[in-house]
Design a protein around this ligand. Structure first.
Ligand code: F0G
Length: 458
C-alpha cells in the first residue's frame, strides 16, 4: 500500500533546542552584524538553511561507531573499516582520506594541473574553481542549455554539453589534464547528471585519452534522481546506481560533509598508481599519514557507517520530497525558483522575484535578509555579492550571471513542520516583496567578500 504522507524515516533520540526570537531581536542581531547573515550566532537562527555541508545529524549507529574509533597512528582498524566501505562503493584502487572536499581539491590541483591548463566540467563548485585558478589554470563550465535556463524544468539540468566538451577536447587536447563532472551540480541549482551523460563523457574521455574524474559530494542524491527520472534505472537499487556511476570514472574528490553523513571528512581517489603515490606524498605534508588523512579514527568510523546509510531509498525519498514540497509552496506564492527543486536545496531566482532591485544593490542579499527578519531562517545569497566583481572608484560592481538565494537543507535535521514553517516565511516574503530595498556595501575584503562584507540598507 502506498501512503500519501511521506514520513521522516527515523525517530528522534537526542534533541537540540531551537531559539525562537522576536522580529525586534532579529533586526538587532542583523544590524549588529552589518546586515551580513554570516555574522549571526547560531543561537540567533531558528532554522539554519545556510548550507547542507557538515550540518547533518548522525544516526545512533554512527555515534556507536564513534566509540569504536581506533586512534592508532598507522593502519588503524577504523581506517580498514572506512577503506572497505569506500572501496566497495567506488571501486577505485587508491582511497586517500582528507579532512574535507577542498583539501582533496588542493592536492588534486597541485599534482595534476599546471599554468595554462583547462579543466572542463558541467560546473565547477567555487572552491574547486578557486583551487584550479590558484595554479593559473582555467576552470571551464560547459553546462547543457537546459541547465542555463533557470526557470524551466527539465530532468537532468546538471548534464554537460557534450558537443562543447568534444570541441574543447579536440581543439585544446594537450592543455586538458582531465574532465571533472560535479554530481549533483550545486552551482547550477543542485541538479542531477544522467547516467547517459556520464557514459558519454566516459566515451569522449576514452576517445581523446583523458582522465575522467567526479566531484561526487552528492552522489546518492544524484542516484536518487536517476532512479526517478531515467527509465533504464527505475528498478535498479540506489546502491547499484552509485556503484555504476563511480565505476564510469577514473577517480573522484568527495566532501563527506554532504552524502557521507559526516560533520567533517573527504576523499581523494584514483585508479592511477603514479598519481596516487604523488597524492599520498603531498597528503603527508598537508593532511597526515595516508591511513587517517586529516581525520581522527572515530571520524573514519562514523563516515564508514554514514556511507552505508546514505543510499537508503526511504531516506532519499523523504529528503527529495521535503525540498520539492518547499518548491511547490514557493511557486504557489509566486516566488520564482530554479526548477525543478534541487537535491539538497531550493534556489530562489531573486533577479526575477525583485526586479526593482538592480544587481549592484544585491537583490539576493535583500531577499536573504528579509527571510531572516521575517522568521529567523538563515539562507545564503549566491549572486553579485558572492560572485560579482567589486567596482572601483565608485563604479557599480560587475554583476554575476544569476542572483540566487539558496535554502539548503541539512540532512535528517529538520522535520515536516520545520519545512511548513519555512513555507510560511516564504509566503510572508512574497507579500512583502514590493517593499524590499537594495543594499550597499560599506566595507569589503579583496577576496570572498560575502563572508565578511559590511552592508547597509538603502
Ligand atoms: N564540491 C562541491 C560540489 C561542493 O558543494 C562543495 C562544498 C565542495 C566541493 C567543497 O567541499 O566544503 O568539504 O571543502 N559545498 C558547501 C556548500 C560548502 O555550502 O555548498 P568542502
Amino acid at each position: 500500500m502506498k501512503f500519501k504522507t511521506i514520513i521522516e524515516p527515523f525517530k528522534i533520540k537526542s534533541v537540540e533546542s531551537l531559539p525562537i526570537t522576536t522580529p525586534e531581536e532579529r533586526e538587532g542581531y542583523l544590524k549588529r552584524e552589518h546586515w551580513n547573515v554570516f555574522g549571526l550566532k547560531s543561537q540567533e537562527v531558528t532554522v539554519d538553511l545556510l548550507t547542507d555541508s557538515g550540518t547533518g545529524s548522525m544516526s545512533s549507529e554512527q555515534w556507536a561507531a564513534i566509540m569504536r574509533g581506533d586512534e592508532s597512528y598507522a593502519g588503524s582498524h577504523s581506517w580498514q573499516r572506512f577503506h572497505d566501505v569506500v572501496s566497495d562503493l567506488t571501486g577505485y584502487k587508491h582511497i586517500i582520506p582528507t579532512h574535507q572536499g577542498r583539501a582533496s581539491e588542493k592536492i588534486l590541483a597541485t599534482i595534476t594541473v599546471k599554468e595554462g591548463d583547462i579543466i572542463p566540467s558541467n560546473s565547477h563548485f567555487d572552491t574547486t574553481r578557486a583551487n584550479f585558478e590558484f595554479v593559473k589554470a582555467e576552470a571551464l563550465d560547459l553546462l547543457c542549455k537546459e541547465g542555463l535556463d533557470l526557470l524551466s524544468p527539465s530532468p537532468f539540468k546538471g548534464n554537460i554539453d557534450l558537443d562543447k566538451l568534444e570541441k574543447i577536447l579536440k581543439e585544446k587536447n594537450e592543455k586538458i589534464p582531465f574532465v571533472l563532472m560535479t554530481i549533483t551540480n550545486n552551482t547550477g541549482g543542485g541538479q542531477p547528471v544522467s547516467m547517459e551523460n556520464l557514459k558519454k563523457v566516459k566515451e569522449l574521455c576514452g576517445k581523446y585519452n583523458k582522465m575522467f574524474l567526479l566531484d561526487a559530494c552528492r552522489f546518492a542524491e544524484n542516484a536518487w534522481f536517476v532512479s526517478q527520472r531515467e527509465d533504464e534505472y527505475k528498478d535498479v537499487e540506489i546502491r547499484d546506481i552509485t556503484k555504476e556511476a563511480f565505476r564510469l570514472a577514473d577517480g573522484c574528490t568527495i566532501s563527506l560533509k554532504k552524502d557521507g553523513f559526516g560533520n567533517i571528512g573527504g576523499i581523494l581517489a584514483f585508479n592511477d598508481d603514479d598519481l596516487a603515490e604523488q597524492a599520498r606524498n603531498l597528503l603527508i605534508l598537508t593532511e597526515g599519514f595516508p591511513t587517517y588523512g586529516g581525520l581522527a579514527g572515530r571520524d573514519l568510523d562514523a563516515l564508514a557507517q554514514g556511507l552505508k546509510e546514505i543510499t537508503d531509498k526511504n531516506y532519499l525519498e523523504y529528503r527529495a520530497r521535503s525540498i520539492s514540497y518547499l518548491g511547490e509552496k514557493a511557486l504557489s506564492f509566486g516566488i520564482p525558483i530554479v526548477q525543478p527543486a534541487g537535491g539538497h536545496a531550493l534556489y530562489i531566482d531573486a533577479k526575477t522575484f525583485v526586479p526593482h532591485i538592480p544587481s549592484h544593490e544585491y537583490p539576493g542579499h535583500s531577499v536573504a535578509c528579509e527571510i531572516y527578519l521575517i522568521g529567523g531562517v538563515r539562507t545564503v545569497e549566491l549572486g553579485t555579492l558572492a560572485f560579482g566583481v567589486a567596482g572601483e572608484n565608485g563604479k557599480p560592481d560587475e554583476p554575476s550571471t544569476h542572483e540566487l538565494v539558496r535554502l539548503a537543507a541539512p540532512r535528517r535535521t529538520y522535520t515536516q513542520s520545520h519545512f511548513d514553517y519555512v513555507a510560511e516565511v516564504l509566503e510572508k516574503l512574497a507579500e512583502n516583496k514590493e517593499k524590499l530595498k537594495g543594499y550597499e556595501i560599506i566595507e569589503q575584503p579583496k577576496q570572498l567578500r560575502h563572508f565578511t562584507a559590511k552592508l547597509r540598507p538603502l
